[in-house]
Design a protein around this ligand. Structure first.
Ligand SMILES: [Zn+2]
Length: 368
């Protein structure tokens, strides 16, 4: 996309946002995929062949026992697809997912050119993916356009998002955007995991794991998953000028058993305290639990009637603590939560790679 989020301009001629190096990168991603999906609108608009261009990459595919080209897939609700499009007349198997009405319309025109698969009265991308899975497609590359990208992300069906940002501005409100407005899961607070950033010529390629925040997501270390969940909770804190926003999750046997966040139940309650208050003191799961907190548990409190969170954790018998950042000296001169927990035999893991993310809702506070 352009810097201002467009994937084309509004002219009939396709705007080339990628340079040769980025096209080559895309060719590699295609070669690594079992199938490539493109929406009917993009098919009509760009008329692509959707091939792997590199002969070497095709040879490598064949040597690995794969077809020379990935399966080519398109999606149309209406069934409005011209049999003269280049897509049908170049390499690779072709598959069209459509509605019952669309299938009736396409049965004759695409006969001998593609397999037409009706999905019912309406398109359902989850059903589509299940069908591809049954056909042995493990890795599907979705190349657009706007409607398809929006549908996949809104339905939370993408495992990985590669976003190539080219240093151009388009500025035309009639031009198609990377994504439309939609109800995205967890928006606007759920953060994707930024897996890596690569420079390809003057194009920045950002690779995200959209569901990196969700337990069970591929690639994600369990501690990262649950600490990210704590970060999500920290965004729910009522704002304060005099205290940090913190999120906490208690996990036992791989399952979340309680959550809390700062000021959740009253103006003074801490995240870990709020989570612990939701469990019985003698809950047997506490003895094998991990508590995830975006910030180091406190070791002293201004509210004399309440125990510091470090003492609450020790008293609960929780053997393991995972946190993102140590308490800075903004409100407390010397927090010794980590030291005290370790002295009492609690395992403490600090995931400092999530510190910036865990602090992001506290940017209005002066950190010292
Ligand atoms: Zn505390």
């Amino acid at each position: 996309m352009s810097i201002d989020g467009y994937i084309d301009d509004a002219s009939p001629e396709r705007l080339r946002l990628s340079d040769a190096a980025d096209f080559d990168r895309v060719d590699q991603v295609r070669a690594d995929s079992d199938a490539i999906l493109i929406g009917a609108q993009t098919l009509r608009r760009d008329n692509p062949r959707l091939l792997v261009d590199s002969a070497d990459r095709r040879t490598t595919r064949i040597a690995a026992g794969k077809p020379e080209f990935p399966l080519k897939v398109t999606v149309t609700a209406s069934g409005d697809l011209d049999p003269g499009l280049r897509f049908w007349h170049h390499g690779g198997g072709k598959l069209v997912y459509t509605t019952d009405a669309g299938a009736a319309r396409l049965a004759d025109s695409l006969s001998g050119l593609a397999d037409v698969v009706p999905l019912g009265a309406e398109l359902d991308f989850g059903v589509l993916l299940d069908d591809l899975g049954r056909r042995g497609i493990a890795r599907l590359m979705v190349e657009g356009g706007t409607r398809i990208h929006t549908a996949f992300l809104a339905a939370d069906l993408a495992d990985e998002l590669q976003l190539a940002v080219t240093p151009l501005l388009v500025g035309d409100p009639e031009a198609p955007r990377f994504l439309d407005a939609a109800t995205y899961p967890g928006a606007p607070h759920r953060r994707m995991h930024l897996a890596d950033v690569t420079q390809v010529g003057d194009v920045a390629v950002l690779r995200y794991l959209p569901r990196g925040n969700r337990p069970g997501a591929e690639h994600a270390d369990q501690d990262m998953v649950f600490l990210r969940r704590a970060i999500e909770l920290a965004w729910l804190c009522p704002p304060s000028e005099t205290a940090f926003s913190v999120g906490a999750v208690i996990v036992a046997d791989g399952v979340e058993i309680a959550t809390g966040y700062s000021r959740e139940t009253d103006a003074k309650v801490h995240a870990e305290e709020s989570a612990l208050d939701k469990l019985d003191a003698d809950d047997p799961r506490l003895a094998r639990a991990t508590i995830y907190s975006t910030l180091e548990p406190c070791s002293q409190r201004g509210t004399a009637t309440r125990l510091p969170c470090t003492d609450r954790i020790l008293r609960a018998g929780i053997p393991r603590v995972v946190l993102a950042w140590r308490e800075p000296a903004t409100f407390v001169t010397n927090c010794v939560g980590v030291e005290k927990l370790r002295q009492h035999g609690v395992e403490v893991r600090e995931l400092t790679e999530l510190a910036a993310e865990a602090m992001s809702m506290n940017r209005h506070l002066k950190l010292t």
